[in-house]
Design a protein around this ligand. Structure first.
Ligand code: FE2
Length: 342
C-alpha cells in the first residue's frame, strides 16, 4: 500500500511538472510591443516550455525545464494579427485550429502562405514574418523555437511607429513600458532603437511563392513512409534521416536544433514500452492518446502537451474508436532510435 501511494505521488509530481492541459493554458495579452495596436490587441501568447521571446514580465512559463528548444502557442480571434518580426533561431508553426495567413516581408510585401489545421511551416531565421487568423473562428497555433534561449525578436520598423502611437515603449533589455498605465521609462533604462531601413537591408528576404520547401501540408503526410516503431505511424516532418528507425529526412531537413515528427495511432493500436535519448514533447492534435509512464497513465486530448523525461519508459495506446494524432518534438537535428522493450 505504501509503495502504491509513493508511486501515485511520483506520478502526480511528474504530471505537475510536465503536463500542460490546453484548458489550463495561461495566456498573456501584453506579451509584445504590438499588443496595444488595434488589430493585434486580442492576441493571446503562451509559453508552454521554456522562456520564449515574450517581452512582458506577466508572461507565465508553464514548464521551465530546459529542453534545447521552446514550445509556445498563439490564440487569436478572426482578423487578429501578429506583426512582422524576425528571429535569431528557427521558428516552426503547427496549425492546431483555424485558418492562418503567414505574411512575409518587412511590410507584408513578399506575399503570404495560407495554412489549415495540421499544416506545418518552418520559417528560416533573419526574415520578416507575421501571421493573421483569416478564418471565421478563433484559432490556435503551436510554435517551436530553437535553443533554450531563443533571444529577442527584431520588429519591423512600422511596428515601433504603431506601438509609440498607442503608448508602448520597448526597452533595450527587451521589456515593455506601458505609458497608458502611467508607466514611464526608468532613469537607468533606454528605449530600444527602432529597427532601421539599414537593418532591414541586412536581413534576408524570402518570398511566399518560394516557400514550398518550408511548408508541409497535413494531406502530404499520408505520402510519407512511417518508421519502424510498431503500433504507431510516426512520420518525419523536420530533421535528418534516421536509418535506424527506417525514416527518411523530414520535408524541412536543414538544421533547427530539434526534430519534429507526426504520430498517428489507430483505434486499438499500442506500442511496446520504449525509452528515448532525448526529452520527448507530445503535442496533441486530434483524438485521445493514452501514455503509460513509469508510475501511472495519463490520457491526452486535443491541445494538451506532455514532456516525457529522457530514459523514462513510455507506451502509447489508443483505447478509443477514433484515430489519435500528435506532434512530437525532440532535441537535436539527428534523431536517434528508441530503446524498445518487448
Ligand atoms: Fe515569432
Amino acid at each position: 500500500m505504501a509503495q502504491a501511494a509513493a508511486n501515485a505521488q511520483r506520478h502526480a509530481t511528474l504530471l505537475d511538472e510536465r503536463l500542460v492541459r490546453y484548458a489550463h493554458l495561461k495566456p498573456c495579452t501584453t506579451a509584445f510591443i504590438d499588443t496595444r495596436t488595434p488589430g493585434s490587441a486580442e492576441k493571446e501568447n503562451f509559453t508552454i516550455i521554456g522562456p520564449g521571446v515574450s517581452e512582458s514580465p506577466d508572461q507565465h512559463v508553464h514548464v521551465r525545464l530546459p529542453h534545447g528548444f521552446n514550445i509556445g502557442g498563439a490564440r487569436q480571434p478572426p482578423g487578429c494579427v501578429n506583426s512582422q518580426h524576425s528571429h535569431e533561431t528557427a521558428e516552426v508553426f503547427i496549425v492546431h485550429s483555424g485558418t492562418w495567413a503567414f505574411k512575409m516581408g518587412p511590410d507584408h510585401e513578399d506575399g503570404q502562405v495560407v495554412l489549415h489545421p495540421g499544416d506545418t511551416i518552418s520559417i528560416p531565421i533573419h526574415v520578416f514574418r507575421g501571421f493573421e487568423n483569416i478564418g471565421d473562428a478563433p484559432g490556435f497555433l503551436f510554435a517551436v523555437l530553437g535553443g533554450d534561449d531563443p533571444g529577442r525578436v527584431t520588429w519591423a520598423p512600422y511596428v515601433f511607429e504603431n506601438a509609440r502611437k498607442h503608448g508602448l515603449v520597448l526597452l533595450e533589455d527587451g521589456s515593455l513600458v506601458d505609458t497608458t498605465r502611467g508607466e514611464t521609462v526608468p532613469a537607468d533604462k533606454r528605449p530600444m532603437p527602432p529597427t532601421t531601413e539599414a537593418d532591414v537591408t541586412r536581413l534576408g528576404r524570402l518570398k511566399a511563392k518560394d516557400m514550398d520547401g518550408c511548408v508541409l501540408r497535413h494531406a502530404a503526410l499520408e505520402g510519407t513512409r512511417p518508421g519502424s516503431l510498431k503500433g504507431v505511424r510516426e512520420r518525419p516532418v523536420i530533421g535528418d534521416a534516421s536509418p535506424e528507425e527506417g525514416l527518411a529526412a523530414g520535408h524541412m531537413s536543414w538544421s533547427h536544433g530539434f526534430h519534429v515528427r507526426h504520430l498517428g495511432v489507430a483505434p486499438g493500436d499500442a506500442t511496446h514500452r520504449h525509452e528515448r535519448h532525448e526529452e520527448e514533447v507530445i503535442m496533441m492534435h486530434a483524438g485521445r492518446l493514452m501514455v503509460g509512464l513509469a508510475d501511472g497513465d495519463v490520457e491526452l486530448g486535443p491541445g494538451d502537451v506532455l514532456t516525457v523525461p529522457i530514459g523514462m519508459a513510455r507506451r502509447f495506446s489508443n483505447t478509443t474508436q477514433e484515430p489519435a494524432e500528435a506532434w512530437i518534438v525532440r532535441g537535436g537535428d539527428h534523431p536517434r532510435a528508441p530503446t524498445v522493450y518487448s
